[in-house]
Design a binder for this molecule. Structure first.
Ligand code: AMP
Ligand code: MG
Length: 328
């Protein structure tokens, strides 16, 4: 890092409200308590919702050979990939459990979900986006045989019911936080092709959407990793991101690739090492990898939306934000 960059980071840290718990004033602690309460009931509500809809609740993996390459993705900004050697093998900290989800939904159960801790060493310049942590949690789920439309509808209903629950149960808290009136929307959400978003708002369309949106919006057809379904004839990707006002992207998902030849050719095209994905590839080769669709919801980003907190480092009890390593 250059001196200039170091100076900038220190200035940003000084100006930011990112502090450790022991540095907070009693009023700030009180606010943390409020948002922790909403977090508690969010986690309980969402897990019950999935269980009641017939999903199996999976425990997360942290170290594996087969984590998400996160590449190619227009949102890619990884400063460092963590690889360590254990028992003579190279493993990686979880970027996402996408590959594990595809294996589970094929072999174990038709509907699964996980609260999956992800470690992504985001570039330091992302400190001030307010929506990037180097550790965060995805509520990751996958449904065997589902279409993209099925998943989008599922998410719309989930959010409608979750927000209705919060507004009913925590109206005074949401009013205190200032979000009570901001969370109204109708479903189904509008849908926009990513190319249209770019034409309309330019290259920085994700940032502009964050500022301009009044209601959630689906962005579809985003060229990215091998596991999202791409129509070879048309070049159209059957995937989707959900954008919400002020926060921007809170979910990414897709219908998945499951055919061996297609996965291999996309991995080769993208320079993704095939040897990291042996189980996925052997299942696909044997025809045992089943069609599915799913998504991952960024839990912290969902909470930023409902609480109105501006920076993920203010929401996380132990801030994990790009460029800053705290003592705790
Ligand atoms: P992805 O599949 O990479 O889009 O990740 C799934 C979801 O996780 C995103 O839609 C975000 O809500 C969330 N997410 C991704 N990266 C981060 C990050 N660095 N910090 C916090 N949340 C993130
Ligand atoms: Mg994404």
């Amino acid at each position: 890092m250059t001196k200039e960059q170091t100076k900038l980071i220190l200035k940003q840290l000084h100006e930011s409200k990112i502090k450790q718990l022991n540095e907070l004033s009693p009023e700030e602690i009180e606010r943390k308590r409020l948002t922790t309460r909403i977090t508690t009931h969010t986690l309980r509500y969402l897990s019950e919702y999935f269980v009641e809809k017939g999903f199996e609740w999976i425990m997360p993996v942290i170290l594996s050979k087969a984590t998400d390459p996160l590449w190619p993705d227009p949102d890619f900004s990884i400063e460092k990939r963590i690889e360590i050697e254990i028992y003579g093998e190279t493993v990686r900290t979880t970027h996402s459990m996408i590959v594990h989800k595809q294996v589970l939904v094929s072999l174990l159960a038709p509907r699964i979900f996980i609260f999956s801790p992800n470690i992504r060493i985001e570039k330091r310049e992302r400190l001030n986006t307010g929506i990037h942590g180097y550790e965060f949690t995805q509520l990751d789920f996958e449904i065997r045989g589902a279409s993209s439309a099925d998943v989008r509808k599922f998410v719309e209903e989930l959010l409608r019911e979750y927000i209705a629950f919060l507004r009913a149960r925590f109206s005074s808290e949401l009013k205190e936080l200032g979000t009570y009136d901001l969370l109204s929307f109708s479903i189904p959400f509008k849908v926009m092709d990513s190319r249209e978003a770019e034409e309309k708002y330019g290259e920085k369309w994700p940032d502009i959407l964050r500022e301009e949106l009044k209601e959630p919006l689906w962005i579809v057809n985003i060229p990215r990793e091998f596991y999202d379904y791409e129509d070879e004839a048309t070049g159209v990707w059957d995937n989707y991101d959900l954008y919400v006002p002020r926060v921007g992207e809170i979910l990414s998902g897709a219908r998945r690739e499951y055919k061996y030849d297609k996965i291999v050719s996309k991995m080769k095209r993208d320079g993704v090492p095939l040897e990291n994905y042996k189980v996925l590839l052997s299942l696909a080769k044997e025809g045992r990898l089943l069609p599915s669709a799913g998504a991952g919801i960024g839990v912290e980003r969902l909470l930023l939306w409902v609480t109105g907190i501006e920076h993920i480092g203010e929401l996380q009890l132990f801030p994990r934000v790009p460029g800053i390593v705290l003592e705790l």
